[in-house]
Design a protein around this ligand. Structure first.
Ligand SMILES: [Zn+2]
Length: 185
């Protein structure tokens, strides 16, 4: 194993732990003393994702990771939590032993876990992932969430949404009511 910092090949494992679909190892370079992480992963059977329009593409852990890190940008979330989430989703899919999954069910899996981690990231992810048909029901979900009087910390996160996310949450809806307490029509 080559050190990514100095290319020295003399590294040792200082920590090793199971993480759903593989083993995560913390290594230390004998030359420069810096630490880095490696993953040993079981080679997964190819899993296909069926999109809404019927197109299929190979399930990509990297893509899932990319969309997650985008949703979690600038959120106070340790990378390890996101790694766990991705590992967890990947393991759950593999466990089912199927060759194909609806993109919808994967999205829901991620959203379910993300909503436990960070409400803002959850909303960002959902606004990118959901299509317009779902936005209405998603909006009522958010309204319900606000009405249940989540901790003030959570509700204060909402104004931090960027404009893009706000726009995505109200397609074609002018003058969306700001008050979380107003009843839906
Ligand atoms: Zn090194």
């Amino acid at each position: 194993m080559r050190c990514p910092h100095c290319e020295c090949t003399n590294t040792k494992v200082v920590d090793s732990r199971e993480s759903g679909t593989g083993i995560r190892r913390r290594r230390e370079c004998a030359l420069c003393g810096r630490r880095f992480t490696t993953y040993e992963r079981v080679q997964m059977k190819t899993m296909m994702v069926v999109k809404r329009d019927g197109r299929r593409e190979e399930f990509s852990r990297d893509k899932l990771w990319a969309s997650l890190t985008k949703a979690c940008a600038k959120r106070p979330l340790p990378v390890s939590r996101l790694e766990n989430l991705v590992n967890d989703v990947e393991a759950k899919l593999a466990e089912q032993g199927r060759a194909e999954f609806a993109s919808q069910s994967i999205g829901e899996m991620v959203m379910g876990r993300l909503s436990d981690l960070d409400q803002v990231a959850y909303i960002r992810f959902a606004s990118v992932y959901l299509d317009f048909r779902d936005i209405e029901s998603f909006k009522s979900e958010i309204d319900a969430l606000l009405e249940t009087g989540e901790s003030s910390e959570d509700t204060n996160q909402l104004p931090l949404l960027d404009d893009e996310t706000n726009a995505a949450l109200r397609p074609g809806r002018r003058g969306r009511r700001r008050s979380p307490n107003s009843a839906s029509e």
